[in-house]
Design a protein around this ligand. Sequence first.
Ligand code: MG
Length: 385
Amino acid sequence: MEEKKKKLAILGSTGSIGTQALEVVAAHSELFEVYVLTANNQVDQLIKQARAFLPDSVVIANPDKYTILKEALSDLPIKIYAGEDAISQVVGSSEIDMVLTAMVGFSGLKPTIHAIKAGKAIALANKETLVVAGDLISRLAMKHRSPIIPVDSEHSAIFQCLSGEGDSAIEKILLTASGGPFRGKSRDELKNVTFREALKHPNWSMGAKVTIDSASLMNKGLESIEAKWLFNVSMDQIEVVVHPQSVIHSMVQFEDGCVKAQLGQPDMRLPIQYAFSYPERINSTFPRLSFNKQMSLTFEEPDRKTFRNLDLAYAAIRTGGNMPCVLNAANEIAVEAFLKERIGFLEMSDLIEKTMQRVGFVNKPTYEEYVMSDREARHIALELL
Ligand code: MG
């Protein structure tokens, strides 16, 4: 008997995670099919993907690109939509089994909320969703029984370590960090680094935003917050460990002192495929780790004095309320300004810190208040630039 294929909505299909997700689908077309593809702006690539995967619907967030998309696909029975609201609407379709949220930044929040409210399984690649509104998202996911399967490699590792553990108490989560291209550098050496140097990640191939976040350690700050919400632990139970080889993707220490780790090649297709096939594992032809060659795994503490973003992120989540949302918004502005060479590498932390001091605190924000905090923080950060 043929099993029913899992129907996927891939939000952010032209980005780094989105294109790798489509590689996974193509390799397992007997298990998965694409029902929705959405992209922000890259219409040419979206057209190619739509022709190759023949989804039911495609959405381009930028409405100016609607006509190009519509005309290019006019010979195919594919529904074409434009605008951010259309993304939120299509994810609710009763046909969809799982929604991969692979768009960048705050824009992931609204469609993720819609997908959860429709009871969809979420393959979560947009970490900003949980950073900005972790309490709201966790409550909604519980209420609508929408499972959230992490795609971020560290969180996928933790999720895999917890598989089969039932209610075993977590003592702590050991969140590994590669340290990025600037590991070991002093503040003096970092003053004048360029975005081109920051984009040279030693192990992982990822989009620009997350690669800069990795270089500044903000990525690990955001991931710590993401882990807190996904695994229901306190920030005191999350320890960041620098592990430059990126072979161990994260670890869990249980209350008996045992530590479980998940190892693998630094290849995002692994956690993407695991999220799609969960709770099963399916075969892959990805390169294997080799233990025959000499392999050394090393660990060190993060340099919190040089890379201040880690402590800023911990401060934001300890304050709670809208502060992680403010942190995230200010960081998005800071990364953009750094990529445009408007501010230096170390100034990103200063901008985030000052923005956090100036935005009004909201204790238990509603969705609308998150949107307002995000706007206010961006406005203030841009003014401070
Ligand atoms: Mg990660």
